[in-house]
Design a protein around this ligand. Sequence first.
Ligand code: UDP
Ligand code: MN
Length: 250
Amino acid sequence: SLPTIYAITPTHTRPLQKAELTRISQTFLLVPNFHWIIVEDSETKTPLVTNLLAQSGLMYTHLNAETPKEWKLLLDDPQWKKPRGVKQRNAALQWLRNHADPRKPAVVFFADDDNTYSLELFEEMRTTKKVSVWPVGLVGSVRFERPILDEHGKVANWSTGWRPERPFAIDMAGFAINLKLLLDNPQAEFSFDAPRGYQESTILAAVVTKDELEPKASKCTKVYVWHTRTENPKLNDLKGKVPGMIVDWT
Ligand code: UDP
Ligand code: MN
């Protein structure tokens, strides 16, 4: 039967959140056998996400796992200063280990809420035996990053804008893992202790070797996912007044 795709999305409260979740959820709606695991970076589940999921028409699991205080990005912190999504992705992995049916074929993908996903991507990843990889657009200060293949079609190297010497120099959106590997390797998870840019290498090294990687997207020549980052709106309508209830903003 058609393997299920579990997409794990960490998400956090901000003015952009509903727009981002609306955009990606309506892409996901077009993907067959899709199960969205959305993990809020919050102490409790918010009404915004609860309502959005209930109305989405998707199969989903709604979790929350708050980033510990010492790892929270402060308002003026640059993005790269602390890893993002670590606790949330681990909570989703834990949920899968406790709840997913190991007899049913499934593939796990990490789908951040601000990226842009083409439908082709999901059909490429669906046949993942161990770990599949593909190019990611608009990441690391280059138009695209991609695995470089040798003459046998195996991953030899990485073409990246940044630190190609990483064991798996690939963005979070550039790979998918067969669920079985995550169940067979219960220690595989993300870590706050990993150096900057090493989250992907941390989880991948725990489940696979480079020579086992399965290149997708026409031998890694097509871009089906983009590491877009929506500009944070500079709002000035909250200073000293509440916008009121005219618009159902949340
Ligand atoms: N995220 C989160 N808590 C935060 C910051 C980010 O849960 O404090 C989520 C965010 O919504 C996204 C993922 O973690 O789904 C990656 O974050 P972001 O896109 O900001 O990081 P980048 O793309 O720069 O790595
Ligand atoms: Mn992002």
